[in-house]
Write a new protein. Sequence first.
Length: 366
Amino acid sequence: MKRHTFILQTGGALAGGSPLFAAVQQGKLDAAEAVLREATASGQVAAASLYVRQGDVEFARVFGEAKSVDAIFLLASISKTISAAAVMKLHEDGEFQLDDPAQKFIPEFTGEGREKITVRQLLTHVSGLPDQLPENASLRASHAPLPKFVEAAIRTPLLFAPGQRYSYSSMAILLATEVAQRINGTPFSELVEQTIYRPLGLERSAMGLGRFDLSEVMMGQVESAAPESGAGDPSTKSWDWNSPYWRKLGAPWGGAHGSAKDVALFLDEFLHPSGKALKPETALLMISNHNAEGIETRGLGFDIGASSGSPGCSEKTFGHTGSTGTRCWADPQKDSICVLLTTLPANAITPHPRDMASDLVAEAVS
């Protein structure tokens, strides 16, 4: 199969001492590349993009239907990290405190203990809100706009008392972004554009489709999609991952699009805070644990700890995965970033090619 793209930039002596530079020189990344090349050549994966960075050294490959490093994928839950960053921009501007009750900004969010749910709890998955709404499929089938999801999330039953335990929740992220939208008065997709994408120069990214046409983005292999995304059922074609409705919706919990390099540039803002989008102290706050002892560790929108990367990653690692077949992590101890974007849903096969390649990258940059 043709190797579409290779990038290797070096910073002289600094690059010469980089484990990534050595790995490239010694062919140690060939195994990671081979996993994705074979997966696309066999038809198991339609498209994939791999981007690795360590210091001033970059390594990139694209596979299958992805013809350049600018290829745009549906990021799925990696979107949560980007959404959380936009929310936290308002926090650093003094617009809210993490322990403010969400009800302060969403007055109708009341009853059954909802008044006790804080913005911090929304961002760390301990609010008690469910991952998906019971009426998720009917809302999507009717092409409901985001405010309809917000209305449903506000009144949906809690799974447990706020702060009691961890339960991954897309709807909690949605309400955190609703807090930001009500404070700022700007549609959330535009808020992300203003506070994150433009300052960081992410030109191949959008919350939703933004300025991109549907023909410009990689289509997912929906036959193995998550149940809440239609699971490849022909009757869900008007609202599944590939539908114009879903691609344009800009769901802050899973509707962002981006290239592998753009995702890496976003992660680099936390690995090497520049202040372009967030203050360094805000970036550090987002990749620090906020949950109580005995509850799964979580940053603000981020997975954190060694498990958020691959074997060999340090406990300082942060990142996220996505059900569309995406994965990203950054390890401050290794000064490394790895982004893997594919079109094969995460639950389609175990082990997934993205995870196999990620493990090999982690081993190579050690």
